[in-house]
Design a protein around this ligand. Structure first.
Ligand code: ATP
Ligand code: MG
Length: 459
């Protein structure tokens, strides 16, 4: 298709798909704006990955802004989403569950559109593109120069996981994570593993290849990594240990080591800053603000507010008295589910470096004290322990100690030597969990509330 014809197609395309997207998009697991009115769509870019007018199925890559005025205060005015739309005359029965709808007018009038990632003929195209670096319209496909070659013809299948993005597994050899809600600028889920791979740190799967869009704004769209087929995540392993009445201290120790190795490599590879008095006060003030907002949303927090505020104030006071902390790039959302253990070689790998997706990208990319990740993992041991009845608080305490010892063994710094900062980050995390559980899973609320009581009672 000529460029002029392609532009005409793009302009007419979105209005013709809009009625179908209105129905389909809010039902997708990865759609972040559920429950809020969708006022309309605007097209950021449209790229034909496979011709739409050819004899076979077509594949359309869309970046679409979704206007949701109710969300304007918490999200961008219009979040941008990545869509891969399959186009066929009729859908074979096996693809029926992936139907988006039948297009009534515009350039695709009379055609059927569907979730392209569910069609192996279409998702194979993405791997083919990633095999050969180059550009296609606004899309640029790149490869890590030291990564192993990508073989041809690996069969794709969608990963069947509850996730906020979409992943495809190719022949049990590679996994491609496609970011759904995208933000301008480098995605840390590419940036950090790439920095680790370049530094020779093997604690995260190597980003073998990736693709981005470079116009009109830069977006990271997808990252291909080796698929760790014989692996299980530490959350599953921890629950099994609990169910079998087994300790988890050896694993926790190894997780501490891995965390420290990742932190050390990130601190060498990417910029660090020193947090002095003013920045420390800002940090404590932001935590206090989140606590106050949380207490408004969840009244059960109110009696604990003075003691929890004191935990944040303690950090501000240390800063005022000249205590400085190093801030560096961190994982940002570390928990037991983010560590995979490979049963064949016993190695641990850390995954999903995108940070907490609900926070703005600029905040997620900002250097922070490494203790923040440690606090995330400590909270996760607590969660694991609480899923088991009868509750065994000693199990979590042993894990916490083993994790910190493993961390110290690998980098020489024991996170417990910074009790004020660790307590502040754990408190901040527990406050976040209280709000999340109250809103989404009230049955789980007692888990972070127990941590709130413990942290509030700490001397
Ligand atoms: N390299 C890998 N090898 C094997 N499995 C993997 C790999 N990377 C991710 N997974 C599996 O895919 C799942 C989803 O991956 P990931 O956490 O990166 O996606 P996500 O969309 O960010 O998920 P979430 O919404 O939970 O944050 C993981 O929980 C893990 O089970
Ligand atoms: Mg994630």
């Amino acid at each position: 298709m000529s460029e002029a014809a392609s532009t005409r197609t793009s302009v007419a395309l979105l209005p013709s798909l809009a009625p179908l997207l209105h129905q389909w998009l809010p039902r997708q697991r990865w759609f972040a704006g559920k429950g809020s009115h969708v006022a309309g769509f605007s097209l950021v870019s449209a790229t034909e990955l496979l011709p739409l007018q050819g004899p076979g199925p077509g594949l359309l890559h869309l970046l679409v802004r979704v206007r949701q005025p109710d969300l304007a205060t918490t999200h961008a005015a219009a979040d941008c989403y990545q869509l891969l739309i399959g186009v066929r005359q009729t859908l074979p029965p096996v693809l029926a569950p992936s139907l988006i709808g039948h297009v009534a007018e515009g350039p695709l009038a009379g055609r059927t559109v569907y979730e392209g990632l569910h069609d192996p003929r279409l998702s194979a195209v993405l791997l083919e593109r990633l095999r050969a670096p180059g550009t296609l319209g606004p899309l640029r496909f790149d490869r890590f120069d030291r990564a192993p070659a990508i073989p041809r013809g690996l069969l794709p299948r969608p990963l069947d996981a509850e996730q906020s993005n979409s992943s495809l597994v190719y022949g049990d050899t590679f996994i491609l994570k496609l970011f759904r809600r995208i933000h301008p600028g480098p995605n840390p889920d590419l940036e950090l593993p790439l920095a680790l791979a370049r530094a020779g740190c093997e604690r995260a799967p190597v980003p073998v290849a990736w693709y981005e869009s470079h116009a009109p704004e830069p977006f990271t769209l997808g990252v291909l990594q080796p698929y760790l087929r014989d692996s299980r995540d530490a959350w599953m392993l921890a629950l099994e240990a609990l169910a079998g009445g087994r300790a988890f201290d050896k694993e926790a120790h190894a997780l501490g080591r891995v965390t420290a190795e990742v932190h050390t490599a990130l601190a060498h590879a990417l910029p660090t800053v020193r947090l002095r008095g003013a920045q420390t006060e800002q940090l404590a003030a932001a935590m206090t603000q989140r606590l106050d907002a949380a207490a408004k949303a969840v009244p059960a927090l109110v009696p604990h507010v003075p003691r929890l505020r004191a935990a944040f104030d303690a950090v501000a006071v240390l800063g005022r008295h000249g205590r400085a902390w190093i801030a560096q790039r961190v994982h940002g959302d570390l928990h037991l589910g983010q560590a995979l253990h490979c049963s064949t070689d016993g190695a641990w790998s850390v995954i999903d470096f995108e940070g907490e997706p609900a926070r703005p990208l600029t905040e997620r990319r900002r250097p922070q004290p490494a203790v923040r990740d440690v606090a995330g993992m400590l909270r996760s041991f607590d969660y694991a322990a609480r899923t088991h009845r009868p509750w065994n608080p000693t199990w979590a305490e042993v894990c916490r100690d083993a994790y910190c010892e493993g961390y110290a063994a690998a980098c020489g710094t024991d996170p417990r030597e910074e009790p004020e900062l660790l307590r502040a980050y754990e408190t901040d995390k527990a406050v976040y969990e209280v709000v999340y559980e109250a809103r989404h899973r009230p049955d789980w609320l007692p888990v972070p509330m127990a941590a709130i009581c413990r942290l509030a009672a700490a001397p």
